[in-house]
Ligand binder design. Structure first.
Ligand code: PEP
Ligand code: MG
Length: 580
């Protein structure tokens, strides 16, 4: 039995057999083989090379017939690499000398090739790196063969172990029998973590090397509540975790029973609790948990599918479905927040060196106007179905907001000319996610209909910590006094300007911060549906003056540790039965 500590993305306990994902895009965990297995491992490499050459030959022939020899030459180049005797002997040496598995040795040699291409001066040769990655995937597909996991075909519940998952891979887990996830990489507010949270299954990320410690088939416990993963649990541990699993289910049931109660403080101040969604079907889940609307619809998840960007009609149907499911409740549609960890990197030849500071979000939208306009048309067309608001992400300057609004007006004019109706009272707002926008909040208040504070990004940019990087996750905290003060100031300015201001970052769904946020004057929270019950329970136990006193005290501390210790002790007093 081994206990590993990571970062929780969703509470609860999942107990099941492990499936380790090592297909295609994933790192191949280190595996040693016995000396007797060496010849078989070497044969697997030879067979994989030969099979790949045949496969590529067929593909080159088809391409040649349809598109001519230029297109087919790419595959001829792949065949040339696979025939290179040095490639095979390099892999064979690693298997013989180091007793590495065929998959691991192949992956290491191909990664080495990629590194060498990357160092070449000729840009054309650097582009070859994609081809080398392609060859690696082809070989691994062939070597791993039947052992590759197709998660949609699972017949019994399993816990999934992987090095990392991209948001698009995570999005595909929803319809599978995966009951919990543990990853080497990731941090609490990475988009992968956010998806796992909205999916509501227990998950722990940032475990660093779990994918090399588990080989698949053994029992694993994911304890999202206590941020740990237990591999090969012994009998007493299993019994204890089964009891915890039952207790968690009981507690969630009790919280669900609060669905019909108002989200109002003890002294009668209503707090709007909205839900964050990534897919239209989640609106019903949110409403069922008591959401008063959708505070953040992350539309970019529509784009994270193998076929790429959805058409205007496909988008229109998705937005319409979400709006209709909300049944008259407000729906805030955020325009696609692509880039950084979503979409663009997977599709680019050369990945950005610093994607979180790169071409992402509204910057990407304003440089991809055709794509952007298609989305705005789809949102506007769907807006006649209910109370819809449009929100632009990651605004850093007034010019950006104005440009985005101008593009929206262009789309409106086009619809007008075509005689297509849209909701003429549609509100247009922005996410406050950058220090620059926080500093210029007064000016923004003159131009926006509403503000929604995205603390996931705001914290990363204020503290200069990549929100998805497990190596620096200890520095990422919303308890930092600078974060608290910025939030207080933003809310204060919005209030004075009479501009609606809500919060939709993960902080909004954390009991640890709820009282503070009420104390600084926030009255609209948007969060993963699974968090609504707990936050409502807490809100119903406090008064506004009590929250204001707590906020005032929290704002007086000098370090994040003092802040979180204080908030934890106060919250535990009010809500002793919940983990904070
Ligand atoms: C945020 O940054 O807080 C936010 C809600 O947006 P996202 O997590 O999608 O970046
Ligand atoms: Mg954001």
């Amino acid at each position: 039995m081994e206990i590993l500590r990571g970062i929780s993305v969703a509470t609860g306990v999942a107990i099941g057999e492990a499936v380790v994902l090592e297909a295609e895009q994933f790192r191949i965990p280190f595996r040693a083989v016995s000396a007797n297995a060496v010849p078989a491992e070497v044969d697997r490499v030879v067979l994989a090379c030969e099979a790949s050459i045949v496969e590529l030959g067929h593909q080159a022939e088809t391409l040649n017939a349809n598109w001519g020899s230029d297109a087919a030459n790419v595959f001829q180049w792949h065949i040339g690499i696979l025939k290179d005797a040095r490639l095979r002997s390099n892999i064979e040496t690693l298997i013989r000398d180091r007793l590495w598995s065929a998959a691991y040795a192949t992956s290491r040699v191909m990664r080495d090739y990629q590194r060498r291409f990357l160092q070449m001066k000729d840009p054309l040769l650097v582009e070859r790196i994609r081809d080398v990655q392609d060859i690696e995937r082809r070989l691994l597909r062939s070597i791993l063969g039947e052992t590759r996991e197709d998660l949609s075909k699972l017949t019994k519940p399993v816990v999934l172990i992987a090095h990392d998952l991209t948001p698009s891979q995570t999005a595909r887990l929803a319809d599978t029998k995966v009951i919990g996830v543990a990853l080497d990489a990731g941090a609490a507010t990475s988009h992968t973590a956010i998806l796992l949270r909205s999916w509501g299954k227990p998950g722990v990320v940032g475990l660093k090397d779990i994918s090399t410690r588990v080989s698949g088939g053994e029992w694993v416990v994911i304890d999202g509540t206590n941020q740990i993963v237990v591999t090969n649990p012994n009998e007493p541990a299993l019994l204890e975790y089964r009891a915890r699993e039952a207790a968690h289910i009981r507690l969630s049931g009790q919280l669900d029973e609060m669905r019909g109660l108002a989200a109002v403080t003890r002294d009668g101040v209503p707090i709007d609790l909205h839900c964050n969604i990534e897919f239209p079907y989640e609106v019903a889940i949110g409403v069922n948990k008591g959401a008063a609307g959708v505070g953040l619809y992350r539309t970019e998840f529509l784009f994270l599918r193998p076929e790429g960007a959805p058409s205007e009609d496909e988008q229109y149907s998705a937005y319409r479905e979400a709006i209709l499911s909300a049944g008259g409740r407000p729906v805030t549609i955020r325009t696609f927040d692509l880039g950084a960890d979503k979409y663009t990197q997977e599709r680019s030849y050369e990945q950005e060196r610093n994607p979180m500071l790169g071409l992402r979000s509204i910057r990407y939208s304003l440089q991809s106007l055709d794509l952007f306009k298609v989305q705005l048309r789809a949102i506007l067309r769907a807006s006649v179905e209910g109370d819809v608001r449009v929100m632009f992400p990651l605004i850093t300057s007034l010019m950006e907001f104005r440009q985005a609004k101008m593009t929206l007006h262009d789309a409106m004019e086009d619809l007008e000319e075509e005689g297509i109706p849209w909701n003429r009272d549609i509100k247009v707002g922005m996410m406050l996610e950058t220090p620059a926008a926080a500093i210029q909040i007064k000016e923004f208040c003159r131009e926006v209909d509403f503000i929604s504070i995205g603390t996931n990004d705001l914290v990363q940019y204020l503290l200069a910590v990549d929100r998805g990087n497990e190596r620096v996750s200890q520095f990422y905290t919303a308890s930092h006094p600078a974060v608290l003060r910025v939030l207080r100031d933003v809310v204060r300015v919005c209030k004075r300007a009479e501009v609606d201001c809500g919060i939709c970052g993960e902080m909004a769904g954390e009991p640890l911060y709820a009282i503070f946020l009420v104390g600084i004057g926030l009255r609209q929270f948007s969060m993963a549906p699974a968090n609504i019950g707990e936050i409502k329970k807490l809100i119903r136990l406090i008064t506004v003056p009590q929250a204001q006193r707590l906020a005032g005290r929290a704002l007086g501390f000098e370090t994040a540790r003092q802040v979180s210790n204080y908030l934890r002790s106060r919250t535990r007093k009010i809500l002793p039965e919940e983990p904070v």
